[in-house]
Design a protein around this ligand. Structure first.
Ligand code: PLP
Length: 352
């Protein structure tokens, strides 16, 4: 791998106390090109604009997939990733669905390790501080024929962040718009899945909600996921989350939460759950919690949900599952407890 270091680091001039999510980037980025059927010339170079022609595939047909992960620093200055091979598996699944070439696992993991080793000064210690990692692949061939690109770029950029959402959020249950339909691309982390959410989400935000809970596209009854989070419902003392069908992103936080909850004697049910069941539980007073899970937020408590013009508030409870599970995962991520699952992976330039 070629490494070209920046001569003008922005690290010292960055105000780490006033970071807006995803606006500041570290000194370097990773780039690798796909041409003639193979990935070639992996390199780390200073973060800067890239040049593509107006005819590039991604601008017209949207062949673009990405990942979202984080790096955490412990008090000894070691930098850690959380289940990075799961992100590799998922970008492979996403790429296949978008007719994009498979990336070698070694490219993905060595790129992450090398880049984070170089920019580790940007990962600040302390819970809530992290570097958000954005690996992405896009079709870069200059050709406007409606066909898969023959050229791609795989890149990784890094953005220092503090906690994403603060406090609990309000969500609106989708009644008209859909995020994904069966047979579509919902399970892929494809750029277009996000672009198409912005309009309905902005309508929900105008009504005072933060996010939409997406429902099945046929009947708008089954609760699928919310924004960039999978979603959990605690009815009585059972934690329920939808199965990851082809309309739902298979969240790494979600699967970690399921495992930790089960190991902490919380009854977990992975099954379809409808808005009717949730409203009934609310009316009986046994809808104890709703929370979202995802890399950016980790766990985000939901304080109320709207459906058919009515708003349903959830009472704040002591010792919530959300808080308990968040604390357990956070401690694993920041190397504050042993990691019985082997989920934590130390960043190192030579490992992989
Ligand atoms: C649509 C969607 N669902 C769920 C998630 C949560 O996935 P993860 O826990 O892997 O971050 C994300 C975030 O990546 C997402 O974009």
């Amino acid at each position: 791998m070629r490494i070209e270091k920046t001569s003008t680091s922005r690290l010292e001039s960055t105000d780490f106390n006033n970071l807006k999510f995803g606006e500041i980037f570290t000194d370097h980025m990773f780039v690798c090109d796909y041409e003639d059927g193979k990935w070639d010339d992996p390199r780390i170079i200073p973060y800067k604009p890239i040049e593509i022609e107006p005819s590039a595939n991604v601008l017209h047909y949207g062949q673009a997939v990405f990942e979202g992960m984080k790096a955490y620093k412990d008090d000894l200055g070691k930098v850690w990733l959380f289940r990075p091979t799961e992100n590799y598996k998922r970008i492979t699944i996403s790429s296949e669905r978008l007719a994009m070439p498979e990336l070698g696992e070694n490219i993905f993991l060595s790129a992450l390790n090398e880049l984070l080793t170089l920019d580790k000064g940007w990962v600040k210690p302390g819970i809530g501080n992290s570097v958000y990692i954005r690996p992405f692949i896009f079709g870069s061939e200059h050709c406007i024929a409606a066909a898969p690109s023959n050229k791609y770029k795989f890149m990784i950029i890094l953005s220092p962040v503090q906690s994403y959402y603060t406090g609990s959020i309000k969500v609106l249950v989708a009644e008209k718009y859909s995020r994904a339909a069966s047979g579509g691309v919902g399970y892929a982390k494809a750029a277009g899945n996000y672009g198409s959410q912005f309009y309905p989400t902005s309508l929900a935000q105008r009504q005072g909600y933060d996010q939409i809970i997406w429902t099945d596209s046929k009947n708008h009854k089954l609760l699928e996921e919310a924004g960039t989070m999978n979603i959990f419902f605690r009815i009585d003392n059972t934690l329920i989350t939808a199965p990851t069908t082809d309309t739902i992103l298979d969240g790494i936080t979600r699967k970690s939460i399921i495992k930790i909850a089960e190991d902490n004697n919380i009854n977990v049910e992975v099954r379809h759950i409808s808005i009717d069941e949730v409203i009934e539980a609310h009316s009986k007073g046994i809808l104890n919690e709703i929370f979202g899970s995802g890399t950016a937020v980790l766990v985000s408590e939901i304080s109320s949900f709207g459906y058919k013009g009515k708003n349903y508030n959830l009472k704040k409870i002591e010792n919530s599952y959300a808080a308990t599970l968040k604390s357990i995962i956070t401690k694993i991520q920041y190397n504050l407890t042993p990691d019985p699952y082997g989920w934590r992976s130390e960043v190192s330039a030579i490992k992989v």
